[in-house]
Design a protein around this ligand. Sequence first.
Ligand code: ADP
Ligand code: MG
Length: 138
Amino acid sequence: MQRTLSIIKPDGVSRKLIGKVIKKLEKSGLKIIAMKMLHMTRAQAEGFYAVHKERPFFASLTDFMCSGPVVVMVLEGENAISIYRDLMGATNFKNAAEGTIRREYATDIEKNVVHGSDSPESAAFEIGYFFNSFEIVK
Ligand code: ADP
Ligand code: MG
């Protein structure tokens, strides 16, 4: 069993895509074991994306991520990290496979609707960033 962190980004929430994203998650067989809505401060967004702080898009990305509420979830299942990455599609929606969340709903390389952890190490950091043990159902 593996866990991964999912975020429906501010563009997904403001464009009323929460239900559509969750429908795809539930169809994929992944189990949602934690979920909440929150609005990050700039400092919280910068802390979350600290691995990208040297990238040219860091300021714009963290601006975007604190521009409105997000929905954060913990997903569980066998190979949850890669199953969810496949369901999201490529970072750039123009390269994302047919049927993926980003291919269907993203409008921009930055405003790409969803986030997903990329490794067991980042999943552990990202889940702990948003949830304590009482907020994750067993
Ligand atoms: P992913 O979210 O697919 O794991 P990355 O971790 O590389 O992608 O990047 C984190 C986020 O930063 C992306 O989801 C996207 O919102 C934004 N981003 C990535 N690359 C670019 C870029 N070249 N220009 C603008 N924003 C970008
Ligand atoms: Mg990433």
